[in-house]
Design a protein around this ligand. Sequence first.
Ligand code: K7E
Ligand code: CUA
Length: 764
Amino acid sequence: MKFYKKRTLPLLIGLTLGLGAASSAYSQESLQDVMKARGLTQKDLLAAAKTYTPTGGRDEYIAFSSGGQSGQVIVYGIPSMRILKYLAVFTPEPWQGYGFDDESKAVLAQGRIQGKDILYGDTHHPAFSETNGEYDGRYLFINDKANPRVAVIDLHDFETKQIVVNPFFKSEHGGAFVTGNTEYVMEATQYAAPFSEEFVPLEEFNEKYRGGLTYWKFDNQKGRIDMANSFTFELPPYSQDLSDAGKGPSEGWGFTNSFCTERYVGGIERGRPPFEAGCSQKDTDFLHVTNWKKAEELVKAGKVKQEKGMYLIPLEQAVAESLVYLIPEPKSPHGVDVSPDGTKIIVSGKLDTHTSVYSFEKIQKAIAEKNFEGTDPYGIPIINMKAALHKQVQLGLGPLHTQYDSKACVAYTSLYVDSMVAKWDYCEGKILDKLSIHYNIGHLVSMEGDSVSPDGKYLVSLNKLAIDRFNPVGPLHPQNHQLIDISGDQMQLLYDMPLPLGEPHYVVAIKADKLKPVVRYQSGWDSRSDSRSPYRTRAGREKIEKEGDTVHVYGTLIRSHITPEIIEVEEGDTVSLHFTNLERAEDETHGFALYGQNVNLSVEPGKTVSATFKAEKAGVYPYYCTEFCSALHLEMQGYLLVKPKGYQVAASGMQEGQAYTKADYEKQVKTNVDTQAVIDSVVAYITSHNYKDFSEVVALVEDATDQLGFASEAKKKAEEFAAKEDYQNATLWAGQHWQYQVKTADLGLRAKTFLEEHGATKIK
Ligand code: K7E
Ligand code: CUA
């Protein structure tokens, strides 16, 4: 600890205290005392022990939840149920600068509908990319029900990279679901509408309104959806609902269920009974079975026409080429889930107590034998329901969605009306256990539950109502995700987690060690296009350049200053700011907020972001860093001066608030010499150890070396001014020298602590 005795570093001493001091009180309390005081039972303690994650601990699974109306994705850990991040997808999100910097605005702009900015989304179903049916941790997809769109999130940095708009649909729900090697992302309509943008009266519903199912082609190399190689099935105007892709034996096929196959059009104001009455008359609706492999072959053979930038398979062609079949399914179903081995397809009818297990083998047999009940009004063959069924099981009231366990034949189905989870054997058709949840469960998720090899272990119940589970916060309640232990024969409810951001419809959970996100970008990186930014700026190369009407500011951010600190433009100029974060150290993000211009940036280490706006009005516009990045974070500031046209600078020069003498300069120099001794000892420690074996430390050392380089430049300037006996500037530059030294020491100490904690060894 000998480095810290120097009086010159109060800041660093502050940093190193606090670790050991504050922990004597709680050891005197016994577990019994705490249980009594908090009214906890043994069962509570057991549940707590299963979810509690000690400080600094990590979760075994990472869950990606739809954020519902927020248009975002919520990331949390399981079993701790700690929220880790909101991912901005369809909605501007200031913390991440999403929708505020030019790069992310371009992503949001991809999601415009008929030229209009759509600044929210109703996200429902996230899906991981898969390789051989296993989650591979590379990408996440999510749909927007309200504005038929699908987004691509790259899990290497947890950022949204692409939004595609369905050119035919006006509503969707059955997305995003991926095929076994992420060849395609499925997206099905919900509410039928004309495929064109024109007005079509409801009287022509049966002829001109349509449902559909798009297979978005995913380019696994580029990590982007490839619209030109995607195709859409035109489907009847039923309300297609959820989808799932086949696996194993059913690979190459897709399954999409539906409701309102009555094709009822409501209209209370026209004296008609409402939708809900007309859409639930028939006892069965239709499971759509689509052969995407065969459709892909037709597309590749040039037999499918292109329309609106992708391929469109008209109904007649789909029927003629045997690409689509229907199977009756119990009334108003919700959810279709293919079993991990791909042999069964489970569908639940909301208005029927039965959950139906279809056999893929039987479906194929019925198709081969043309065992059809007839055709629907559009000519699609309807497979005989009995011939396709493996089993029907009465699980309870309002069955919705199904998830799978690691144990063969074991599934979990949500019972919306009963507010329960049913654990059952879908091969034998018998109930194994039931658990009450609070309240009205929608989806549920088991660990890696959509993959070919679910892990089981935990189940999260996504409840539609929270009612009395949390402290009241007004009429709008948070949502409630309940964690359930499913490792034993009986399910055990462990924990309630409030989610205060929209209604999360579905969650997917992946083993945490499959995710390997970066902690920094390559220097000068445009994270949205994943390429080197043309505006990348290196240390010392900052500049302000006018090109035409636009003033380009090539700036940098590093602890603790923004370069440039003064930006001067003329009113009417377009200003295009470009900032590169020069830091390499983990978690050293800088923000940039500018008064009155709606400019708010998040610049993570290595990133380059831009913000372009018109400086319409002359005035003074302060800016600053919004992340508390260092002790002198508050001083990370500057001014945008928008000068009136033709303004002339006054000759008087800048005003100084404080005058410095030779004594001030010498005092600062003494401080700097002492600080250098501390740095030298830290450097000696680091370089005498195998620090190069730790990439985290290498990054810290690189940053420290940068800061030290800046320090010696400042020192040189101080000495030059001192030689001219300009102690004003000499003292200020000596002070800047010290600022760089402090940052160097800060980084060095962090590196040293890391080495100590990770058992670095001494090299000779
Ligand atoms: Cu709310 Cu899957 Cu859109 Cu069911 S969905 S609950
Ligand atoms: Cu950078 Cu605060």
